[in-house]
Design a binder for this molecule. Structure first.
Ligand code: ECB
Length: 135
């Protein structure tokens, strides 16, 4: 059983969010604001249902899913697209494939050195974020 991702996590590093946002077609003004944010990630699990909240002073993004069950994702407040998303464990990584208009779109979460790691992929861009545990 992979180690639990649940908890409250605060961003400590954020590499190439700019490239990821450009790949998603986010406008210059929004990118400038988004680059300054420190995200908080809150991950909760009830049974096989996960809730992942990305919180910031500018916008929040919350979604919930069951592992291995495809669902409709609407990235409201991010790039505002609809995806058919599927989250599955790949070894110790929780991976979400986001099928839609954008090629090679997916993210992966895992724990390493007591930190929560996140890679966000879109087209040829990768944003790497690391979070430290708060609670
Ligand atoms: C929600 C906080 C960020 C708000 C930024 C606002 C506008 C920028 C628009 C698009 C940028 C795309 C992504 C921002 C980076 C991270 C936000 C959450 C990315 C994500 O999908 O995280 C997954 C994995 O934790 C859960 O949805």
């Amino acid at each position: 059983m992979p180690v639990s991702l649940c908890g409250t996590w605060d961003m400590v590093s954020n590499v190439n969010l700019e490239g990821y946002m450009i790949a998603l077609g986010i406008g210059l003004y929004t990118r400038k604001i988004a680059l300054k944010l420190k995200h908080r990630k809150v991950i909760e699990q009830v049974g096989d249902q996960y809730v992942v909240k990305t919180l910031s002073t500018f916008r929040n993004y919350t979604f919930s899913f069951r592992v291995n069950e495809e669902f409709e994702e609407f990235t409201k407040g991010l790039d505002g697209r609809h995806c058919k998303s599927l989250v599955a464990w790949e070894g110790n990584k929780l991976v979400c494939i986001q099928k839609g208009e954008k090629k090679n779109r997916f993210w992966a979460h895992w724990i390493e050195d007591d930190k929560l790691h996140l890679e966000l992929h879109c087209e040829d861009q990768v944003c790497k974020q690391v979070f430290k545990r708060v609670i």
